[in-house]
Design a protein around this ligand. Structure first.
Ligand code: HAM
Length: 425
């Protein structure tokens, strides 16, 4: 047993999985950049105050924050999500609006670790600041939906709801508190504690004991102002126009407190544990103002990379792949030809690998097979002397002797032309 292991809730993402993570961000970037979103990289830690607006009654703030005093006496927190930091950045830099940005990075929450729930987890997401048009909510929701489709996922369900304007939300929370309090003797002990802190969160309870009480609870739709209702019906009309299937779920309240009007969640039905929410978001007009900026509308989502990849595993799509090696150079002289030939082959745009430590011909050929290379380029004493090499097709075993100086031309014939990585002239 080694002396050190990863901390609970953290994991090493090893090859080939790590390559899959990179590919995941690349597909996400491709989808959202097609809609004009640009990449933003906010810091991983901020002053704690930036995150307090996520909700003084939410677990993220009260129980899960990784916060500490730094050597300069500042109260710092590792980001539990990206949205608040991006609103802080907007307030600080005042870019032109609408500001459409995307991100990809780690977040930290001191949660009870289990499959699909980690203490360090990654999200990709988008945020738009400075536009309150309900059709923007539709664009945002649709981009998440299209990204899941681009990964090949088929079992994702979209749930949408409106939390109304802040006044609607307050009136609803009062009504919900009154109702839940009147039936508190039927609730689980955990739900009773949650009710004291935040009645909305009781609606998230998955305990069978709470289900009947929740089923009879008042729903937010009856408390929406006319403006909020109109906003929501335009969102619904937009989703219909794009042919995106959804379910209006009046019990969807989300885990963070900054939302108003549209909220939504993507649920992977192929995941059979409790961690089925692969992403979520909504509108958070007012958050920038709370962080000291101008009055600014905001909407966005974040998708959990870890959980979405678990969903991909269960649907057997977007699987991890090791990079394909084009050429394995086998040098049985002194390794010098392998050094220079690999350099030339890589510069010409192909993927080349080789063995080290003076291995035997047999052992090098085994490595060539193991890495799945299409061709072996073999240099023995005779070839080194004549400035040639033997190119062996590893699936047909066909061999051709070519001049080392003509090798790239030969590769172009066999493997096709590639874009050179650099000029070797
Ligand atoms: P969230 O619902 O807290 O929202 O997180 C979004 C997604 O991140 C979740 O649906 C889940 O897939 C993933 N996630 C959250 N916590 C964990 C965890 N401990 N382990 C693994 N995955 C996790 C937000 O973070 C908001 N900032 C979303 C947003 C953006 N709203 C507006 N803009």
């Amino acid at each position: 047993m080694p002396s050190f292991q990863t901390s609970p809730g953290t994991r090493d993402i090893l090859p080939p999985q790590a390559g899959r993570w990179r590919a995941f961000s690349a597909v996400f970037a491709d989808v959202v950049e097609s809609a004009g979103y640009e990449c933003v990289i906010p810091p991983m830690f901020e002053e704690l105050g930036v995150f307090l607006r996520l909700g003084d009654a939410t677990d993220v703030v009260t129980k899960e924050m990784y916060d500490f005093e730094d050597k300069g006496g500042r109260h710092i927190a590792l980001r539990p999500e990206h949205t608040a930091g991006i609103c802080r950045a907007f307030a600080q830099h005042r870019p032109a609006t609408p500001w459409k940005v995307w991100y990809s990075g780690s977040n930290f929450r001191y949660e009870k670790a289990q499959a699909g729930r980690y203490r360090q987890f990654d999200q990709v997401g988008i945020e738009v600041l400075g536009a309150s048009d309900p059709l923007l909510d539709v664009e945002v929701i649709a981009l998440g939906w299209q990204f899941f489709a681009a990964l090949g996922l088929r079992s994702v369900e979209l749930m949408v709801n409106s939390l109304g304007d802040p006044g609607d939300r307050t009136a609803y929370i009062d009504a919900l508190r009154t109702y839940l309090t009147s039936r508190s003797s039927e609730l689980s002990d955990e739900a009773r504690v949650t009710l004291d802190r935040n009645p909305l969160r009781v609606l998230d309870s998955k305990r069978p004991q709470d289900a009947t009480v929740i089923a009879g609870a008042p729903t937010i739709d009856a408390y929406l102002s006319n403006e909020a209702k109109e906003h929501f019906s335009t969102v619904i009309a937009g989703l219909d126009a794009l042919g995106i299937p959804y379910r209006v779920n009046t019990g969807l309240v989300r885990g963070l407190d900054y939302y108003q009007r549209t909220v939504f969640e993507y649920v992977a039905t192929a995941l059979d544990n409790a961690q089925t929410a692969v992403g979520g978001g909504g509108r958070y007009d007012g958050l920038v103002e709370d962080l000291g900026g101008p009055e600014t509308a905001g909407v966005g989502f974040a998708l959990g990379v870890d959980r979405t990849l678990l969903a991909c595993d269960s649907e057997e799509v977007f699987l991890a792949e090791s990079p394909a090696v084009d050429v394995f150079v086998v040098d049985v002289v002194n390794g010098m030809s392998a050094l220079t030939l690999c350099d030339t082959i890589r510069a010409a745009g192909y993927v080349a690998d080789r063995a080290f430590d003076g291995r035997s011909m047999k052992s090098q050929m085994k490595s060539a097979d193991r890495c799945g290379a299409r061709l072996a380029v073999i240099v023995g004493a005779d070839e080194a002397e004549a400035g040639t090499c033997t190119v062996r097709n590893l699936s047909t075993s066909e061999q051709t002797v070519v001049q080392q100086s003509d090798l790239i031309q030969h590769l172009a014939l066999v493997l096709g032309e590639r874009q050179p990585r650099r000029n070797t002239q």
